[in-house]
Design a protein around this ligand. Structure first.
Ligand SMILES: [Zn+2]
Ligand SMILES: [Zn+2]
Length: 144
């Protein structure tokens, strides 16, 4: 992984929300947990960024999807913008940023929970639900 210093400029589908961000790395992660699957359609991809390295203009709506995280979207067009963990910062949606189109997949979490239609090829790290939850708070939402 290389560290980026140049901000990425991104925006939602309708252009009401603009985001300038410096991700922690020039790579993305993926998540197949039940909350991400339901929110996104099947899986999400994320760009990790510290709270101080993300600047947003435009109105944003948020939804508290767990006791420790929120999910944000544009109230006009519905574009998903980020997941923000209270302790770790932003997981930005890579699709907002044209400059992120060449970033490789670094790792996927809840890999053993992936829908058959989105099993990801390649040599990236695959972290199972059990391994992830051994070191992170429980976030599965199957009961809802
Ligand atoms: Zn929008
Ligand atoms: Zn997830």
């Amino acid at each position: 992984m290389t560290t980026r210093t140049t901000p990425l400029d991104g925006h939602c589908l309708c252009g009401a929300v603009h985001i300038s961000a410096v991700p922690r790395a020039s790579s993305v992660s993926a998540c197949h947990c039940s909350v991400c699957r339901r929110w996104s359609g099947a899986a999400i991809w994320c760009l990790d960024a510290a709270p101080t390295d993300v600047h947003v203009t435009g109105e944003v709506r948020t939804y508290r999807s767990s006791p420790f995280a929120e999910r944000a979207f544009c109230p006009v067009c519905g574009t998903h913008l980020w997941i923000r963990d209270d302790r770790e910062g932003y997981d930005l949606m890579p699709g907002l940023f044209e400059a992120a189109s060449g970033f490789p997949l670094n790792h996927e979490v809840y890999a053993d929970r992936a829908f058959a239609a989105v099993r990801l090829q390649g040599s990236h790290a695959r972290i199972s639900r059990a391994d992830y939850e051994a070191s992170h708070p429980f976030i599965e939402g199957d009961a809802r």
